[in-house]
Write a protein that binds this ligand. Structure first.
Ligand code: GLA
Length: 396
């Protein structure tokens, strides 16, 4: 059963009527461009086939009711909220996962959309795996609330804007200081492409990315580990890069050209230099990756993926032993390149593998984890898939 049909079925069971519509949004993998988004830089994600669906109907009042189909198939009900009364910070900690849909309703209210709705959510985006299950939830809920308020399916420019509203929900309402990578990937990616996004300008380019046609695969390795300090670690790195930009008198680290890196580093205190070096070199790696994709040279991406991982491990220090193990064991078994993806401190790695080596790489990674007494990672092929949208088969 797809996430959309699971959400629609659960909605019908709960409300004794079919939903008016079902909207869904995907998780993502970031091919390269990590921790560059909140530095006004470049990112290159693609959407996964895994999606979070929101089945919904509009209400005549401003009440938002949300229920979610849990992994055990049972419905979990969020406390209904009055959209009018939503305030960031006020009791958000008590809401748990329900803070995300409530945050989106708040962010949309700030844009003038305050119509209540009944929503039922279902999805298969792995949670806590660094594959953006929260962004998928935010984007599906945003599209559902907008659609139920009578808004047309958004065009490209509107999608970039909705991603920013979803980010605002996460930053200001839920209180997690993430960038806009995940939400933009979920809203804007298209099938068979990676999304080359310039975060500063919001300009997005769809770059064809068909690994399968080149006899290659992107293997996603979910380590199933999430370290407790992931949020504080993320926030500290973010603050460090903002402080560096302040000290250099620039708006964001994006403003440092690769050729000026050494001069810029020399002006900074020791502890900030590795952070800046990562961001500046990572932006360069994104540009080089895009060039290779445009030239159809997918098999040559490996060294850039490896260099990105190394930079995140030693300079940005957001990797984890499990992510290093995933990348190293994949490479040792023939992967052309491998790196952690997403925020780090656990979550997932990706490996570029030849189709013919996929089974060997998977088994080598599993063996390496077993040898270390770690849980077997969840592995699957990341296929560039569609971004968020209305599921036509359920359109009312
Ligand atoms: C998380 C955040 C993103 C981005 C990545 C690191 O996924 O949500 O905004 O900063 O980490 O690239």
């Amino acid at each position: 059963m797809t996430s959309s049909s699971a959400a629609a079925t659960a909605f019908t069971d709960l409300h004794d009527r079919a939903p008016e519509g079902v909207w869904s949004a995907p998780g993502r993998v970031n091919l390269i461009g990590e921790h560059t988004d909140y530095n006004d830089g470049y990112v290159l994600p693609f959407a996964l086939p895994h999606r979070l669906a929101a089945a919904g109907s509009a209400r005549d009042d401003d009440l938002l009711t949300v229920a979610s189909v849990g992994s055990d198939g049972k419905l979990q009900h969020a406390e209904p909220v009055r959209i009018e009364e939503l305030t960031p910070g006020a009791g958000v900690a008590d809401l748990g996962w329900a803070a995300y849909p409530a945050g989106v309703a708040w962010a949309l209210r700030e844009q003038g959309f305050d119509r209540g709705a009944d929503l039922v959510l279902a999805g298969d985006v792995p949670t806590g795996a660094g594959l953006s299950s929260s962004a998928a939830l935010e984007c599906a809920v945003a599209l559902a609330l907008l659609g139920l308020a009578g808004q047309d399916e958004p065009d490209e420019a509107a999608r970039v804007e909705i991603a920013r509203w979803a980010q605002r929900a996460e930053n200001e309402f839920v209180g997690v200081p993430t960038g806009v990578l995940d939400q933009t990937a979920s809203m804007c990616c298209v099938d068979g492409h990676a999304l080359f996004l310039d975060v500063r300008s919001g300009q997005a380019e769809q770059v064809p990315f068909d690994a399968a046609a080149a006899g290659l695969r992107i293997l996603v390795i979910d380590t199933r580990v999430k370290h407790a300090h992931s949020e504080s670690g993320y926030g500290d790195r973010r603050k460090g890069t903002e402080r560096a930009a302040d000290l250099l008198g620039i708006k964001a680290l994006r403003d440092i050209e690769a050729g000026q890196l050494d001069t810029s580093l020399a002006k900074l205190p020791e502890e900030l230099r590795p952070l800046v070096r990562h961001v500046v070199t990572e932006n360069e790696r994104v540009l080089r990756t895009v060039d290779l994709l445009r030239a159809g040279r997918l098999a040559d991406l490996g060294p850039l993926l490896d260099a990105s991982h190394e930079s995140l491990r030693t300079d940005y220090r957001v990797s984890a032993t499990e992510l290093d193990l995933a990348a190293e064991s994949a490479r040792a078994a023939g992967a052309l390149g491998a790196r952690m993806t997403g925020g780090g401190f656990g979550g997932s790695a990706i490996a570029l593998v030849r189709e013919t080596d996929q089974a060997a790489v998977e088994s080598a990674v599993a063996t390496a984890f077993e040898r270390e007494g770690l849980r077997r990672p969840r592995m699957f092929v990341g296929i560039p898939s569609a971004g968020a949208g209305l599921d036509e088969s359920w359109a009312g």
